[in-house]
Design a protein around this ligand. Structure first.
Ligand code: WTA
Length: 683
């Protein structure tokens, strides 16, 4: 039997279960098979080379790969030169105290000045920085000059509240311009921010405030979601009630809803509105902390990923330029993430603003007031670059192409994806229905910890393959290795590692250096282990296979959940799929698939059997799901990552584990309902 390893051993290791934005330690019994590799079963041979027209005008060039390999430090020096420094750095990288890096040593920089003031000074004050689109339909166009005024006012207000360089500020806001302004104001005065996603609970907010010892919280009365106002302030009241470090709460008025007022509270419009619109920026060391972003949850201590200034801004600016092919003053850019996630930090705030982007900021959900809202926004602002997540793309595919087809999407010229592997079927749908078969797609792999994009095609250079993030970008080294840390060959799989430091890398875990080393640098000596499985295809390009704990082991075959999900989603009747390995007496693990059918799917009694045969045909009989469960919803985190752990509980008939990080707490009940629908057991 191919892939069968008689020497397979079981290790009980502590794994890191990632619930995006919150990650928890889980103890899992995982089969680590020495000298065995992930089965490389799914074959995808379609190539999409760039059009000559796109290639001709592209920011990226094929020469960059060789340049970066030739002299990596000189390459990064050149990228740092995109920014405006008060004092130039000396050494590019100090790695003498590995894994604690210093980039652009001795350089002095102000991140907010780079994102705002210098564009005004260069004569672009009238260019729109942000087209804000509120969910209820209210809009605001904010030029770079207005942004400079408001960031200066906010910086003055923070100083008036006693915030100094180095003090931590928690930001708990909806997707409104004040979120961006607050982050930039913090950066301007050197106060690291800790943005907490507005969907998190009071308890989650409280643990993050405590860990960072935040002195100030910036929040709002509420925001709008799904057509109705929701309150935010009560969660803050609860979180700061006995938080000793918090001196003030700065409150933006967004909904006008009633709020309970405490003596720590200050209205944004009163304090910020009355400040001077000029502010003299101070310059900070390249390694000055810029922000902390938490990625862990209620189980265990929250883990604050620390990012600093010069290196982070260099790599976010560089990647936003070459990966999105952004042309300042011409493109209209839209990243649909929330500022509460790393994608919002790096590709709404820092990268795009450093590059003088004009961008859309949307407060609400894709289906309010109708399912065409995103396409309407693209048509309205003539958006040319769209950056979103596979979960959104699959949802739109489920709703049907008729909806986007009603809108004029011809302004789009590039599409991006991030957050999880994008199945070839979703990729093709995105390219065809949204991109009109003309837009290159960049499938970008990176993490909160990496700070910026690491693996991605370069538009205009790379011939893309649907489902593959392709290659490390110039300047980055990422390798797929086996259990011993040795690079695997083509058509083989293993673990994705980063074996060279990079400018936007995390500088540690806030207040816990030991955990930083243990968590990321201890699996193999001197390399960063990203926690993801990956494989090389026959041509040597990288395919991400999800977190290593999402790898199944069926009769000694290591099969990735992503591959089986891809095969499922390529079946006509299926809109979305999640696959887990459930304990099985015979095969070690058995594949259990949870599928959502397309709205217009033609379902008959044979459908489930047909789905199973389809997977067998696409991948091989070994990957045929033992059970297929038709459900109405899948359990997801608030940022759209499927919580396979809960599905595993269902598949193994256990009571459910912690559901507190679910976006929709009712979803597990819906799944149980859905399970009463058609399903099939193995023959
Ligand atoms: C996953 C999001 C496949 C991966 C920027 C990673 C991806 C985790 C991709 C980080 C991609 C992100 N293809 N998987 N293009 N992008 N991931 O910290 O498992 O929220 O480790 O950062 O998302 O999630 P995080």
């Amino acid at each position: 039997m191919p892939g069968y390893a008689p020497n397979a051993t079981f290790h009980c290791i502590a794994l890191f279960g990632r619930l995006r934005g919150r990650r928890v330690w889980i103890n899992a019994s995982v089969r680590l098979v020495t000298s065995d590799h992930l089965e490389n079963l799914l074959h995808e041979n379609r190539h999409f080379p760039p059009s000559p027209e796109f290639a001709e005008q592209a920011n990226a060039s094929v020469a960059m790969y060789a340049e970066a390999v030739g002299d990596r430090m000189a390459f990064w020096d050149e990228q740092a030169g995109r920014l405006s420094w008060e004092k130039r750095w000396g050494t590019t990288l100090d790695w003498s105290n590995a894994p604690f890096a210093k980039w652009f040593v001795g350089g002095r920089i102000n991140v907010a000045v780079n994102c705002v003031d210098r564009h005004v000074a260069d004569g672009f004050g009238d260019q729109v920085a942000i087209h804000f689109e509120g969910e209820p339909g209210d809009t605001r166009a904010i030029t770079y000059r207005e942004l400079q005024d408001e960031v200066s006012q906010a910086a003055n207000a923070l100083t008036a509240l006693g915030i100094e360089a180095g003090d931590r500020v928690a930001i708990y806001l909806p997707m409104i311009p004040e979120a961006v302004i607050s982050m930039l104001a913090c950066a301007r005065i050197g106060a690291p921010h800790s943005v907490v996603f507005g969907g998190f609970s009071a308890e989650a907010l409280r643990s993050r405030i405590d860990d960072a010892e935040a002195k100030l919280v910036i929040t709002s009365d509420g925001g709008y979601r799904r057509g109705a106002p929701f309150p935010l302030k009560p969660a803050v009241d609860e979180a700061v009630a006995d938080a000793p470090t918090v001196e003030n709460v700065l409150v933006v008025r967004r909904t006008g809803g009633e709020v309970v007022w405490t003596d720590k509270d200050v209205w944004w419009h009163e304090l910020v509105g009355s400040q001077s619109t000029t502010h003299d920026p101070e310059y900070f060391d390249s390694e000055h902390p810029l922000f902390i972003l938490y990625t862990s949850g209620t189980t265990g201590k929250p883990k604050g990923i620390l990012h600093t200034s010069g290196g982070y801004l260099t790599q976010t600016s560089y990647t936003h330029n070459v990966v999105f092919d952004h042309k300042p003053g011409k493109d209209v850019y839209w990243c649909t993430a929330d500022v509460g996630w790393i994608t919002g930090h790096s590709y709404i705030v820092y990268g795009p603003l450093a590059n003088r982007a004009t961008q859309v900021l949307y407060e609400g959900t894709p289906d309010t007031p109708h399912k065409g809202r995103w396409w309407e926004i693209i048509e309205k602002y003539r958006v040319s670059i769209l950056y979103t997540a596979p979960t959104a793309i699959r949802t739109f595919a489920k709703w049907g192409r008729e909806i986007p087809n009603e809108f004029d999407l011809t302004s789009l010229r590039l599409l991006g994806s991030v957050g999880e592997p994008i199945n070839p079927a979703a990729w093709i749908w995105y390219r065809n229905v949204i991109g009109g078969d003309r837009c290159p797609i960049v499938d970008t792999w990176w993490q909160t910890e990496t700070g910026a994009i690491m693996i991605s095609p370069l538009p205009g250079v790379t011939a893309t393959k649907p489902g593959s993030a392709m290659d490390p970008i110039p300047g980055i080294s990422a390798v797929v290795v086996d259990d011993e840390g040795k690079r695997v060959g083509r058509s083989e799989g293993g673990y994705l590692i980063l074996d060279e430091p990079w400018p936007a890398m995390l500088r540690g875990i806030w207040g816990d250096n030991e955990r930083y080393v243990e968590q990321y640098w201890s699996r193999w000596p001197d390399v960063y282990f990203a926690g993801d499985g990956a494989k090389y295809d026959r041509e040597g390009h990288i395919w991400l296979l999800g977190r290593v704990e999402d790898v199944m082991n069926v009769s000694g075959h290591r099969i990735s959940t992503a591959e089986v999900e891809s095969a499922l989603v390529s079946h006509d009747a299926i809109a979305e799929a999640a696959v887990v390995g459930a304990n099985d007496d015979t095969t070690g693990q058995a594949i259990v698939a949870f599928v959502i059918l397309r709205v217009h799917a033609d379902v008959s009694e044979g459908t489930v059997e047909d789905i199973r045969s389809h997977v067998a045909k696409e991948i091989g009989p070994i990957a045929k799901p033992k059970r297929v469960m038709v459900v109405n919803e899948l359990p997801k985190t608030r940022s759209g990552k499927i919580m396979r752990r809960l599905l595993r509980d269902v598949a193994e008939n256990r009571s459910l584990g912690d559901v507190s990080t679910l976006a929709d707490p009712n979803v597990m009940a819906l799944i149980s309902d859905g399970l009463n629908g058609p399903s099939a057991d193995d023959d």
